[in-house]
Design a protein around this ligand. Sequence first.
Ligand SMILES: Nc1nc2c(ncn2[C@@H]2O[C@H](COP(=O)(O)OP(=O)(O)OP(=O)(O)O)[C@@H](O)[C@H]2O)c(=O)[nH]1
Length: 327
Amino acid sequence: MYIEQVDNRTLSDCSVLIVDDDASSRLVLETLLQDIVACESVSSGRDAIEYCRFKKPDLILMDVSMPELDGHETTALLRKKPQCEGIPIIFVTSSSTEEEESKCWNSGCVDFVVKPVNACTLQNRVKSHLKNKMRNDLLEKLIYIDKLTGAYNRHYLDDYLPRLVRDGLRNITPLSLVIFDIDHFKLFNDMYGHLDGDSCLWKVSQCISSSLLRPMDKLVRIGGEEFLVILPNTDTQGAVEVTKRLLETVYDLNIKHAASEFERVTLSAGLSTKQADDDKTIEYVMLEADKHLYMAKTSGRNCVKAEGFTITGNESPVKATKRRILV
Ligand SMILES: Nc1nc2c(ncn2[C@@H]2O[C@H](COP(=O)(O)OP(=O)(O)OP(=O)(O)O)[C@@H](O)[C@H]2O)c(=O)[nH]1
C-alpha cells in the first residue's frame, strides 16, 4: 500500500468509483488501482448517479462511451448535484481526437486517460488528483469546520444553505431544518466543569454526524450548544423520523447528567420544512424551527416539535410513567 499522507488521511483512505458498462474494463481498472486505493464499480451512468446519492467517492473514473447516458451526460447530471461538488472526474476514453479531448475538458473533467490505458499513467494521474482532493478537503475543513465539535460552522451555513434552497426550487424538493440543543447544559457545566462540557459537545456532535446517513445531510454548530441539522429532499414526516433517531442515539450514549430529570444528557429539537412550492423564506423556516425548539423546551425537553407533530424522546425510568404528548 502507498502511504502518501495529507493531514491525517492517506491515499489508502480514499475511494474511487469506476463507471464503465464493460465488465472486463472495470476489472482491469480495479486491478490496476487495487494497491493504491479502495475501488467500487458501477456499470452505468444511472447507477453512478444513484451511488452518489448515498456515498461520496474521492474520485470518479468515468468511461465516455456508454449506452443510455454516456460519460459526458452523466458528468453533466452529477455536476448539478451539490453533494457531488468537488469530486474530480477522470474520463476514460477510447478516442484521442482533438475534438474528443476538447469535449472531455468542456464536460468538466479534471483529466482523461486513453484506452487501452497505460498502467503507470493511470496510477499516477489517480494518485495526483487524489492528493489534490485531500489538500482541498483539508483547506475546506480549516475554513468550514468548528474545531471544538467537528461539526460545520456558520461560514459553511452561509455558503451551503443558499445553494440548497436553489437546488430545492429547481428540483421541486422539500428542505427540512432541525435546530436542537442540549438540555440543561448550563447545569451540566456547573456540575462537571467546562472541560467535561466541551467533551460532551464533542461526543454529541460526533454521535449526530455519524447518525446522518445521507451525504447531503449536514450538522452545523450555530451557537454555543445549539446545532442545526440540514436535511435536503426531506419532508416533515421524514425529518421527524430522522430527528427522533438522533435524539434516541444521543440518549443511548448515556452521558451522565445528574442535574437533569432524565439523569443523562438529552436533546430538545424544533423542526420546520420548506416545501418546494411554498413562498417561505429560509430565514422564516429557521425562525419556525427555533420557535418549535422553544416549544419542545417548555414542554418538558427530550422531545421533537414540528408543525403537526410532537414526538417525545426516550424517558428516564423515573419519568416513564409520565409520558408527554404535546399538541
Ligand atoms: N463547555 C461549554 N459550554 C458552552 C459552550 N458554549 C456555550 N456553553 C454553555 O451552554 C450553556 C447554555 O445554557 P442555557 O442557554 O441557559 O441553556 P440550558 O442550560 O441548556 O437550558 P435549556 O436549553 O433550557 O435546557 C451556557 O452555560 C453556556 O456557557 C462551549 O463551547 N463549551
